[in-house]
Design a protein around this ligand. Structure first.
Ligand code: HEC
Length: 192
């Protein structure tokens, strides 16, 4: 109980401290090394980013999460959970920081990691609730065309990643395009 209260207090403190600089991506965004380009990879929708600096209509942001020690080309929200934050062509884009955290999940070693790059400022928002509302209505729309939409908490975040694959799913079963925010909404509100 005490531990739970402390966690809640710590989360509140973090939310307070970070609120000035933490924004969320409104869709899947290109992530570039310089303001002129030099493509590093993509960051997903509804991903928290810290804005470090701005230039013109661009923001230089940091994303923080976890990566597989053996295959550090993607960053995820948590070790062993397929909530994807970023996917990088340039492996050097991902900076691992084992001192900040390491964890073994199902025999895979995960380490804390960050990536920094430029994105379009107009594609960032401080209103995460609005993104979730958007995901929720898309879910109601996009699935009910064919069958009743299973509720978000019907599956775990990892199960949603299988139901809505990045490629090669059944028609309608995709996380791509207009479904990107919806997919993150489903994972964020999934069964724990
Ligand atoms: C183009 C039609 C279509 C759309 C749109 C669609 N589905 Fe389906 N879905 C199907 C069919 C067909 C089945 C198989 C039905 C069956 O087995 O009875 C299915 C089955 C499922 C299943 C059962 C498990 C599985 O993978 O077979 C889940 C879960 C599911 N759909 C989720 C969704 C969600 C979430 C959406 C909205 C993003 C969605 N579907 C949109 C056609 C669709």
């Amino acid at each position: 109980m005490i531990k739970k209260l402390m966690t809640a207090a710590a989360l509140l403190a973090m939310a307070g401290a970070a609120s000035a600089a933490t924004l969320y991506t409104t869709g899947v965004l290109d992530f570039n090394k310089t303001t002129k380009g030099s493509y590093l990879g993509k960051i997903g929708a509804a991903v928290p980013v810290t804005v470090l600096k701005k230039q013109g209509n661009l923001s230089y942001v940091r994303i923080s999460g976890w990566t597989l020690a053996e295959y550090p080309s993607m960053i995820f929200a948590e070790p062993g959970v397929r909530i994807e934050y970023g996917s990088f062509d340039e492996e050097s884009a991902v900076k691992t920081n084992p001192k900040a955290g390491e964890k073994v999940v199902q025999e895979n070693k995960w380490v804390k990691a960050t990536a920094e790059g430029w994105v379009q400022s107009a594609k960032l928002t401080n209103n995460l609730n609005k993104l979730w509302q958007q995901g929720k209505s898309r879910h109601a729309e996009a699935c009910s065309m064919c069958h009743a939409a299973p509720k978000a908490d019907h599956f775990t975040a990892n199960q949603w990643a299988s139901v809505l694959p990045a490629k090669g799913g059944r028609t309608g079963h995709t996380r791509a395009g207009a479904n990107a925010v919806m997919f993150k909404y489903l994972q964020a509100h999934a069964k724990k």
